[in-house]
Design a binder for this molecule. Sequence first.
Ligand SMILES: *[C@@H]1O[C@H](CO)[C@@H](O)[C@H](O)[C@H]1NC(C)=O
Ligand SMILES: *[C@@H]1O[C@H](CO)[C@@H](O)[C@H](O)[C@H]1NC(C)=O
Ligand SMILES: *[C@@H]1O[C@H](CO)[C@@H](O)[C@H](O)[C@H]1NC(C)=O
Ligand SMILES: *[C@@H]1O[C@H](CO)[C@@H](O)[C@H](O)[C@H]1NC(C)=O
Ligand SMILES: *[C@@H]1O[C@H](CO)[C@@H](O)[C@H](O)[C@H]1NC(C)=O
Ligand SMILES: *[C@@H]1O[C@H](CO)[C@@H](O)[C@H](O)[C@H]1NC(C)=O
Ligand SMILES: *[C@@H]1O[C@H](CO)[C@@H](O)[C@H](O)[C@H]1NC(C)=O
Ligand SMILES: *[C@@H]1O[C@H](CO)[C@@H](O)[C@H](O)[C@H]1NC(C)=O
Ligand SMILES: *[C@@H]1O[C@H](CO)[C@@H](O)[C@H](O)[C@H]1NC(C)=O
Ligand SMILES: *[C@@H]1O[C@H](CO)[C@@H](O)[C@H](O)[C@H]1NC(C)=O
Length: 624
Amino acid sequence: MMLKMFLNCVFLHLLLVPLALAANITRGANIAKPGCSSKCGNLTVPYPFGIGIGSGCSIGSSFDVNCNTSFNPPKPFISTGNLEVIDISDAEIRIKNWVATGCYNQMGNLTSQNPIFIDVSRTPFSFSNANMFTIVGCDDFAVIGGSEGRNFTTGCFSLCSRREDLIDGDCTGIGCCQTAIPKGVKKFSALLSTLKNHTGVWPYNPCGYAFVGEQDSFTFHTSDLRDPTFYNRTVDTVPVVLDWVIGTQNCTQAQISNNFTCRLNSYCVDSDTGLGGYRCNCNNGYEGNPYLDPGCKDINECEISDPCVEHGICANYPGSYNCSCGKGYFGDGKKDGLGCFAQNSPFPVVKFSLGIGFGFLSLVLGASWIYFSFQRRKLIKEREKFFHQNGGLLLKQQLSTTHDNSVECAQIYTAEELQKATNNYAEDRILGRGGYGTVYRGILPDKRVVAIKKSRLMDETQIELFINEVVILTQVNHRNVVKLLAKNDDERNLATFFIVSVKENRLFKILEPRVLREGNLEQIHAIAELVKRCLKLVSEDRPTMKEVAMELERLRKVSNHPWAQEDGREETMGLMNEHSNLYTTATTVNIPGQSSDLYSVSINPYSQQYTLDSSMVFPIQSPR
Ligand SMILES: *[C@@H]1O[C@H](CO)[C@@H](O)[C@H](O)[C@H]1NC(C)=O
Ligand SMILES: *[C@@H]1O[C@H](CO)[C@@H](O)[C@H](O)[C@H]1NC(C)=O
Ligand SMILES: *[C@@H]1O[C@H](CO)[C@@H](O)[C@H](O)[C@H]1NC(C)=O
Ligand SMILES: *[C@@H]1O[C@H](CO)[C@@H](O)[C@H](O)[C@H]1NC(C)=O
Ligand SMILES: *[C@@H]1O[C@H](CO)[C@@H](O)[C@H](O)[C@H]1NC(C)=O
Ligand SMILES: *[C@@H]1O[C@H](CO)[C@@H](O)[C@H](O)[C@H]1NC(C)=O
Ligand SMILES: *[C@@H]1O[C@H](CO)[C@@H](O)[C@H](O)[C@H]1NC(C)=O
Ligand SMILES: *[C@@H]1O[C@H](CO)[C@@H](O)[C@H](O)[C@H]1NC(C)=O
Ligand SMILES: *[C@@H]1O[C@H](CO)[C@@H](O)[C@H](O)[C@H]1NC(C)=O
Ligand SMILES: *[C@@H]1O[C@H](CO)[C@@H](O)[C@H](O)[C@H]1NC(C)=O
């Protein structure tokens, strides 16, 4: 399909070129004045020229063409009489040539001589610079003198000493010499002369020639030097080109005069000969004779060449034409343009625009992707840096090396999770402030209430110490230690469990059998009451350690129980030690269904001294 379209396109273009040429030729249509004959022999004579001296068929007597019917076919001559016209075009006429000759015999006697002299003064013509002054011969030179309109003089030597030196097509002095003549000359004469009477070159060059003629019509051949038909051939095939103009006024002057000859749909062109005068040309898209009323006529391009493609509809209008594409097609419809395309077929401009559009879009998307990736990477790098700086890596390493099945790992939370849990570290969530940071009340997504400590400063020298502490906390399951929230799953609030059990008179069900055996009911109740007080949420409601110690002492005195007698002193001493970090009520409970695991309720009044990273969480149930 695409191949067929391509071939069609090529074919149409090939077809179009000759049609365009035809249109160009038609445009310069040669039209004589109405009522006047337009042909003299082969020659078409357009207005402003006219056939017949004084016939009134031309724009002026100097444009009269003398058609001599005594010849067969008739021969046209310009008004001066002796110059035969070969061709008339928009800006030039071509006339039959005059060739100067000089022929010699073997002894050097001149046998025939023919000088040239062409005069077009007092005519609208001047010699065009399309002509060259040419000399052909091996022992010849010529001078040319121009006058009228423009004075000039020049000359050329054409010599050769051996026949072998001659080159076909080369006219630069060896057997052939050419020199340019300027525009605007109206009269010239040329004199051919010899240096040695052709005595040295006579066998291959008995004659010399000189002429002014159209450069493009003449090509030097080495055979020309002894060709007896050279003269007749050159006269017939190498014309002199003459420029022609209307009058001597330029366009500006002529346009304001009463005899300006450029008609409708034409424009005026100043002569470039330097002698004044002008010519008229049809506007683009028009044809006809610009010197004749009613002027140039519109070219109906649609009729002449059908410049639109298969589905294009041609519309002619003055000076040009339009192609429109039929229903279901779009494009400019021109054979030498974009043509017509079916609505659903890829249209080059649309394709191009889409290409540009998508290209631009991809560029923008690509650029933003790179930018955001870069930003993301930067953020990740930064986080990694902080994680590293705050001992995260060390912690991970420590946890992985010390981890075994019996020990629960610490869970590492992301900054976002903690931010969410503390309601963006809201003021009303602050539980306390320490020297190292602030402790917040946090609620995890699974509704667990935790304490979150946010470090103010991170002392890098203390990191290892801190991490070790965290690791130990994850492993230690001691009743005295706060449990860390584990991954021309076994969410249980032990404190609540205990309080509820006491309230529901299930205290004895949760106590270890050993405790029940060793203590009496009164003591156990008293201690349970003490534990209850210790578990109060409001710190003011909780007894001081001194009070606790005193109460325990009192209870011990009440009874002489072995439990109190054996360990009581040391334990109390430990509790009384104000420098110890860890204080505890010595109550151990069993959680049903978890009988194998021991959980301790610990009271740690100095918990804020734990310089834990904000990623670490504690159960909030540990008061004071
Ligand atoms: C048609 O004529 C114009 C002006 O005379 C010329 O410039 C152009 O080259 C011509 N085109 C062809 C195809 O000969
Ligand atoms: C002029 O017409 C004659 C026949 O009428 C023809 O033989 C000759 O070639 C034509 N010359 C030119 C220059 O067209
Ligand atoms: C036509 O040409 C012949 C021969 O050259 C000449 O005698 C005659 O006067 C010419 N006729 C005109 C009208 O120029
Ligand atoms: C040819 O020219 C030579 C000088 O180059 C001269 O002597 C001789 O007389 C000339 N011959 C004739 C026939 O004029
Ligand atoms: C050729 O030239 C020579 C000398 O220049 C002269 O004597 C002779 O008469 C000439 N011959 C003819 C036929 O003119
Ligand atoms: C050309 O030369 C002639 C005299 O040789 C002179 O009268 C004439 O004015 C000159 N023409 C120009 C255009 O110079
Ligand atoms: C040149 O043409 C003329 C007539 O135009 C003729 O008489 C003459 O024989 C021709 N010369 C040659 C060499 O053909
Ligand atoms: C036309 O000729 C006049 C008078 O010689 C001159 O002033 C004017 O510049 C010329 N215009 C052009 C376009 O050459
Ligand atoms: C046009 O008029 C000027 C004077 O106005 C005159 O010199 C010239 O010859 C006239 N041209 C034609 C072609 O009649
Ligand atoms: C030719 O077509 C073009 C675009 O299709 C339009 O803009 C222009 O007006 C048309 N010209 C005429 C004379 O119809």
